[in-house]
Design a protein around this ligand. Structure first.
Ligand code: HAM
Length: 432
């Protein structure tokens, strides 16, 4: 047993799996650029108030799962690790006066989030999200654009069968009446509720609707539906979102019980699920509209919408679906030598190749040429550059490892020769 292990609920991301992470991060970054989203980086921790006010005090995320940092002195501010990025991004939007920029301001951030949750498969205490936010557009067209972007990401990542679950959870004009009606409904059915749900009933009744407790199935099926009680403005907005999704040919399933676990949402709420991932009640992504959040955090009232896609869960789903990760990039060339002690000669040559833009490494162990060549082949290098007696006349051996052929090449031409031959490798017959 090692003395130290990564903290419970966290993982080390190791090669070769990290190649998949790199691929998904690039895909996310490319799509963000294509859709006009600009990168933002906010701190990994914020004033606790940002989350208490933004995400909501009576949410699992703040009540139970917030990683609060212990203040070092009595006067210190209270901080917490970010459980999600939206509140921090909105805080930055207000702080930097982004309201004066052309609206909407489209922002994207990818990074680790922290929730002190009970660890299990697909549920970690540190996990990664790709986040997208469009602040300053009341929709509904942009709602559909954002949902379409989410579905495109999964498809481009190689995951088929993503289901969009969609709901509207109303706004401050229509939700209070609905919440009162829902509270009365559950109170009338109190005996049928499990103990945890009875407790939540008086504090955050909406959360009962998407309870995963099987005992809630029957009582939830007959619960009043918010979509039947939306005010005219919310109903129009919701119809608009759906009409735009239909034009974009993005299939979705209406899910009247979908209420999300963060309090800032208004109107559009959605989640992404993998069809057929049975027994897995875990969303691979989710988001929605938060028209009250900028105001709640002290800014001029401004609408917004966004999503967060869970990269850890996406990778789990990809591996369950048998989608093979990309190969790790192999070095193009490994510089080996007949004289084990001549590490300077090998290092200098590899440095020159890298300066010329070639992925090269030198064998810096002081071992026999045969061992150096074996290691180069094990690394799946395309070429071994062999430093031997010919170096005195300005030449080195260039061995094509997969082909098993070798020739002498003037050192001055080495980089060009490797580039030319490597292009042949990649585009030649039988290779990709
Ligand atoms: P969320 O639904 O709390 O939304 O999280 C988004 C996604 O992060 C989830 O669908 C899931 O894939 C992943 N996720 C959440 N918790 C964990 C965990 N403990 N372990 C692994 N993955 C997890 C938000 O965070 C909102 N900020 C989304 C948003 C952006 N809404 C508007 N803009």
């Amino acid at each position: 047993m090692p003395t130290f292990r990564a903290p419970r609920g966290t993982r080390d991301l190791l090669p070769p799996e990290t190649a998949t992470w790199t691929r998904l991060e690039r895909l996310a970054a490319d799509l963000a650029v294509r859709y006009g989203y600009r990168r933002i980086e906010t701190p990994l921790f914020e004033l606790t108030d940002v989350f208490e006010r933004g995400v909501g005090e009576v949410t699992d995320i703040v009540e139970k799962e917030l990683f609060r940092l212990t203040p070092r002195t009595d006067e210190a501010e209270s901080w917490a690790l970010r459980p999600e990025p939206t509140a921090g991004i909105v805080r930055a939007y207000i702080q930097h006066g982004m309201q004066t920029l052309p609206q909407p301001v489209r922002l994207t951030e990818t990074g680790p989030m922290f929730r002190y949750d009970r660890p299990q498969a697909g549920r970690y205490r540190q996990f990664w999200q790709w986040d997208i936010e469009a602040i300053g557009d009341p929709g509904p067209a942009i709602d559909a654009e954002i949902i379409e972007l989410g579905t495109r990401f999964y498809r481009d990542a190689g995951l088929e069968g993503i289901e969009v679950r969609l709901n509207s959870i109303g706004d401050p004009a229509c939700r209070p009446t609905y919440v009162a009606e829902l509270t009365n409904y559950y109170r009338a059915n109190r005996d049928a509720l499990p103990a945890t749900e009875k407790d939540r009933l008086e504090r955050n009744v909406l959360r009962l609707l998407d309870s995963k407790d099987p005992a809630m199935t029957v009582v939830n099926a007959a619960a009043p539906k918010i979509t039947d009680r939306l005010c005219a403005a919310c109903a129009d907005h919701f119809a608009g979102v759906r009409a735009h999704l239909e034009v974009l040919e993005v299939p979705y399933r209406l899910e009247p019980g979908l209420v999300r676990g963060l309090d800032y949402y208004t109107r559009t709420a959605f989640e992404f699920y993998v069809v057929g991932r049975e027994g897995q009640q875990q969303a691979v992504g989710g988001g929605g509209r938060y028209d009250g959040l900028v105001g709640l955090l002290g800014g001029r009232p401004t609408p917004g919408i966004g999503f967060g896609i869970g990269i850890d869960r996406l990778i789990l789903a990809l591996s369950e679906a048998g989608v093979v990760g990309p190969a790790e990039p192999a070095p193009v060339a490994v510089v080996v030598g007949a004289d084990p002690a001549d590490t300077t000669g090998r290092l200098r040559l590899a440095t020159d190749l890298r300066a010329a833009g070639i992925a090269a490494r030198a064998d810096l162990g002081q071992r026999k040429l045969g061992k150096q060549l074996e290691a180069a082949a094990r690394d799946h290098a395309h070429f071994a550059v062999i430093l031997g007696d010919e170096a005195a006349s300005g030449e080195v051996g260039l061995r094509d490892l997969p082909a098993g052929t070798q020739k002498l090449v003037p050192i001055v031409d080495l980089a060009r020769e490797i580039e030319r031959a490597d292009a042949g490798h990649r585009h030649g017959p039988g290779t990709d």
